[in-house]
Design a protein. Structure first.
Length: 250
């Protein structure tokens, strides 16, 4: 059920802000913890990654610039989001993207900018665009509850405190790495653009109501999808996120 952040296009663009939302979600929606605890595990901390943007061979200054572009992407929702903008999504792992860009199989790569920099895609794709697709909740770190119960209360307390610190540090580092990656790629000759709020709103209104669809999918599985999505949209709005459009939760 942790995929709720991916199902909301143009959500929080800060990993640190998203982490605040995720922590509130797990504190207020018991079913989220339950999905992990049913496997006899104790959640220690959550991992979030930075905002997704695009590195491309030709500039993506407007929504129309994505039309017909073959873009490497992955996941359940990003390919659908890109397709609605007229792009041609190519499902592809990170490791093969450099060679695929070299051989013109793709012309763009959607990832957090630090990951695009790490695979040196900017050597081939000299244009970057901050799309604001959103940061993402990737995984939770947990441990077997039987082992957890063998630890002393003092050790348990320390582990949870350190987990909170690690979670916050990981999120802030991801935000920092994204900004540093842009500077490094600019120094190497890349040019960066920002997609306008108007284009993002236009793009969002072209999309199916993915948050409501996600909620319905979870509901059909007997999970509280509507409750989770409603809470996520409400919490992020209260944290200052201005969603690109009004999304449903049921």
């Amino acid at each position: 059920m942790g995929g709720f952040s991916y199902a909301v296009p143009f959500g929080p663009d800060s990993a640190s802000l998203l982490l605040k939302a995720v922590n509130q979600m797990y504190a207020t929606v018991p079913a989220l913890k339950g999905q992990v605890e049913q496997y006899n595990h104790k959640i220690l901390w959550h991992r979030v990654i930075g905002d997704y943007g695009i590195m491309s061979k030709t500039p993506v200054k407007t929504l129309g610039d994505l039309d017909g572009m073959k873009v490497a992407t992955i996941g359940a929702y990003h390919p659908k989001i890109l397709k609605e903008a007229g792009a041609v999504p190519v499902i592809m792992g990170v490791a093969t993207r450099y060679q695929s860009m070299q051989t013109n199989i793709i012309a763009g790569s959607v990832l957090p900018f630090d990951l695009n920099k790490n695979i040196r895609i900017h050597e081939l794709a000299k244009h970057g665009t901050r799309l604001g697709l959103g940061a993402a909740f990737s995984t939770s770190v947990s441990m077997n509850r039987e082992i957890w119960n063998q630890l002393s209360p003092e050790i348990q307390k320390i582990m949870l405190e350190v987990g909170d610190e690690a979670s916050a540090k990981y999120a802030s580092e991801n935000d920092l790495l994204g900004g540093e990656a842009i500077k490094e790629m600019e120094a190497a000759g890349a040019t960066f653009y920002d997609m306008s709020a108007a284009d993002k709103a236009k793009w969002a209104n072209m999309l199916p109501d993915f948050p409501a669809m996600w909620a319905q999918e979870m509901n059909k599985k007997g999970l509280p999808g509507t409750r989770i999505m409603s809470a996520y949209l409400d919490i992020t709005e209260k944290l200052g996120v201005k969603h690109a459009r009004e999304w449903g939760s049921k």
